[in-house]
Design a protein around this ligand. Structure first.
Ligand SMILES: NC(=O)N[C@@H](CC(=O)O)C(=O)O
Ligand SMILES: [Zn+2]
Ligand SMILES: [Zn+2]
Length: 441
């Protein structure tokens, strides 16, 4: 089915009408259906380079289906799924399984991330080449949740991924500096008497790894940057010509460690929420290009892992459904980023880092029809009703946030219509048709 979208505002700010047919943008001026996008901002489909979809192994928290449905609700058309599943995504078999679940359900393109070390154990490299050469064609490798701490293993991983233009995504956390850490180390942690996670535990690993990446000549990506000092290290590395990229999460752009005072475990996350100075430095770094992308670090956990004492609670927060709202609040409405910048940091550049095709030239004839229409003038109270994944550990419940995703279109078919996700059977059916069309094209 072809769709004509009229009166949309493109990322550039220009008003435009366009048509999508058989999975791509076309020049056609008529279609089976028309969406009037008056007042709506069109963006290329969002690409999340960092999400935890929990399948296989932790299906009570999330599955590929529920996580990709949450992604569609948030305006995403592609999601990179972190490797800390059970079994771990450290073999060709597991990554192929995750990828094909995504293809079957059809809510988003799911690209598995491969583990750097076997079982995330930190002692032996995983079958990186086998995952890279598998049907999943893995290009991003990460032990996220854990830091690749051994410098020799990190060096070897960088050497390995270099051979096929892959990238190692590091969870930068010096483990010896963060034993039992519960929150950011600073004034608030001293007052509360909680063990601190110092900024230097992140910054020292980033400093080491940019030097290793320079030595090897390989691509390095730093997950969830959270401190002003990390921004300084990345800025230095980029000025030196090192092939490093960095991401920041929506929550690190908006929330601070002051929120820990209430001991509400929805605010417990790794890396921890930092100081206001850090938030300001992260916003400025995203605006000036030192930080390349936004990624959600969507980390679903079951109620029992969050409805307990602060010390016992798991680290992590869900973020797919709220990501664009929080980005609008933290960096668009504050004047740090334009919508064209958002298209770059939340679609084009993450796709490029992950070597995902089809996101280079959105809205141009022939390119893949992955897009989202949002109403930036909407404002509503975020609640469990706003969520489409399985878990409810969102830090934004009860908070008023701007913006609303009205339509998400993945490979030319709708996954979100009139502000809500489309029925799973319809999406799976559309995905089958779309796959057939692209095979015959
Ligand atoms: N971010 C988190 O606090 N938790 C993540 C792991 C991670 O991203 O490091 C998780 O898997 O739950
Ligand atoms: Zn992490
Ligand atoms: Zn993560």
């Amino acid at each position: 089915m072809s769709i004509r979208i009229i009166n949309a505002t493109l990322p550039s700010g220009k008003r435009a009408d366009f048509t999508i047919d058989r999975g791509v943008f076309t020049d056609a001026s008529s279609a089976d259906r028309t969406i009037d996008a008056s007042g709506l901002q069109a963006l290329p489909g969002l690409v999340d380079l960092h999400a935890h979809l929990r399948e296989p192994g932790f299906e009570q928290s999330e599955t590929v289906l529920s996580g990709s449905r949450a992604a569609a609700m948030g305006g995403f058309t592609a999601v990179f799924a972190m490797a800390n599943t059970m079994p771990v995504q450290d073999t060709a078999g597991v990554v192929e399984q995750v990828q094909s679940l995504g293809d079957t359900h059809g809510f988003a393109t799911v690209r598995p991330i491969g583990a750097v070390t076997e079982g995330l154990g930190g002692t032996k490299l995983s079958e990186i080449g086998a995952m890279a050469n598998s049907r999943a064609r893995v290009r991003v490798f990460s032990d996220d949740g854990k830091c690749v701490h051994n410098a020799l293993l990190m060096r070897r991983a960088l050497e390995y991924v270099k051979t096929f233009d892959g990238v190692v995504a590091q969870h930068a956390q010096e483990p010896t500096l963060t034993v039992d850490a519960q929150m950011n180390e600073g004034a608030v942690s001293s007052e509360l008497g909680l063990a601190g996670w110092p900024a230097v535990a992140e910054e020292s690993i980033i400093a080491r790894d940019v030097l290793l990446a320079e030595h090897v000549g390989a691509r390095l990506h730093i997950c969830h940057l959270s401190t002003a000092g990390s921004v300084d290290v990345i800025r230095w590395a980029k000025a030196r010509g090192i092939a490093v990229t960095a991401e920041v999460t929506p929550h690190h752009l908006l929330l601070t460690d002051e929120l820990v005072r209430g001991y509400d475990a929805r605010f417990k996350v790794n890396p921890p929420l930092r100081r206001d100075e850090d938030v300001r430095a992260l916003r400025a770094a995203l605006a000036d290009g030192t930080i390349d992308i936004v990624a959600t670090d969507h980390a679903p956990h079951p109620p029992e892992a969050k409805e307990c004492s602060w010390a016992e609670a798991a680290f992590g927060m869900v973020g797919l459904e709220s990501a664009l709202n929080v980005v609008q609040e933290a960096v668009v409405d504050t004047g740090h980023l334009t919508w064209a910048d958002v298209a770059r940091v939340f679609s084009q550049t993450p796709a490029h880092i992950g070597r995902l095709n089809g996101y280079d030239a959105p809205f141009t004839p022939g390119s893949a029809a992955n897009l989202v229409l949002i109403d930036p003038s909407a404002r509503s109270t975020f609640s469990t009703e706003s969520l489409r994944g399985k878990s409810t550990n969102s830090p934004y419940l009860g908070r008023s946030l701007p913006g609303r995703v009205m339509n998400t279109i993945h490979n030319g078919y709708e996954t979100v219509r009139d502000g809500d996700v489309v029925d799973s059977d319809e999406v799976a059916h559309s995905a089958r048709l779309a796959a057939g069309e692209s095979h015959h094209a």
